[in-house]
Design a protein around this ligand. Structure first.
Ligand SMILES: [Zn+2]
Ligand SMILES: [Zn+2]
Length: 288
């Protein structure tokens, strides 16, 4: 099995990034990974470059973290792939399979909607994964779930709480969504045994290759630290939520989400007595 990190930020291109892109390849290589995706915060998220820059200059600055990582990866024979993390109203999306030329060819990106993002990325052969859909942090005022049009969701983000990950997994189970895992690392000091990622039987050859696999419904296997879910009380959802159905946003009552969670627990049967057991059952059911 080949091991990959799907979600990483650099100091060059994410405002909240701490570690230079050039430092990641050696660290991940030494930990037995076969490649990493750099997914810096893009134009509507916590991006590092000024949004005042002319578009080509913004794109140059935005791709810097990836380019530094790629150079360092090439030097030691380690795969570094390009990805993006874009934000709308606190809901964030990981994009794979596009490149700098795609960004330069779309100067209207500063005005794109979620639907335009999905259709432009698909037209370019890319894929879209909603990141950490149930994240509960001060910068997020409402949960926005967009199951339509995307390839899947981040079922486990190891920078998230166990609570928010388990809610995401129950959402994936209810909506038959493909899942991936990632660490959302911003700082090399956080790389360790508590990280998650994906495992593939065949090596990933490019970001486009990974996107094509997601588009074809190939489910990546995921890995994550089981300890993440130890000693967890029942799942809670505090933020209000909306879901996009048939292209329209509608309120999603907390009660409905709690029903998905209860159903996942009931399906897990005996294993449902412990959160780790529910998580394992959901992941098996999702084929991940
Ligand atoms: Zn960040
Ligand atoms: Zn992120």
């Amino acid at each position: 099995m080949y091991r990959y990190e799907t979600h990483l930020h650099t100091v060059e291109s994410s405002a909240c990034g701490v570690t230079p892109g050039s430092e990641y390849p050696a660290i991940f290589k030494s930990r037995g990974y076969d490649g990493i995706f750099i997914t810096d915060h893009f134009f509507h998220g916590n991006t590092r470059p000024s949004r005042e820059l002319p578009w080509p200059e913004y794109v140059d600055a935005y791709t810097k973290g990836y380019e530094e990582a790629k150079k360092a990866g090439d030097a030691i024979g380690f795969k570094v792939f390009f990805g993006i993390e874009e934000n709308f109203s606190g809901d964030e999306y990981l994009i794979y399979g596009v490149d700098k030329a795609f960004l330069l060819a779309h100067p209207d990106i500063p005005h794109w909607t979620r639907e335009e993002m999905i259709s432009w990325v698909h037209a370019a052969g890319g894929a879209v994964i909603q990141a950490h859909p149930f994240r509960d942090r001060p910068y997020i005022k409402m949960i926005h779930l967009h199951p339509e049009g995307i390839e899947g969701i981040e079922g486990i983000n190891t920078a998230n709480t166990a609570n928010d990950n388990l809610a995401a997994l129950c959402y994936a189970l209810r909506h038959h969504l493909l899942i991936q895992a990632g660490s959302d690392t911003h700082d090399k000091a956080k790389i360790g045994e508590m990280n998650g990622g994906i495992l593939c039987e065949q090596p990933i050859t490019s970001s486009r290759d990974y996107a094509a696999r997601l588009r074809s419904g190939e489910k990546p296997r995921i890995f994550y630290p089981e300890a993440l879910f130890a000693d967890m009380p029942g799942v809670q959802v505090h933020l209000p939520a909306e879901i996009c159905r048939d292209n329209r946003w509608e309120p999603l009552p907390t009660e409905e989400i709690m029903n998905w969670i209860a159903a996942a627990g009931a399906q897990a049967g005996e294993a449902g007595n412990q959160p780790e057991g529910i998580v394992r059952q959901i992941i098996t059911r999702l084929g991940a």
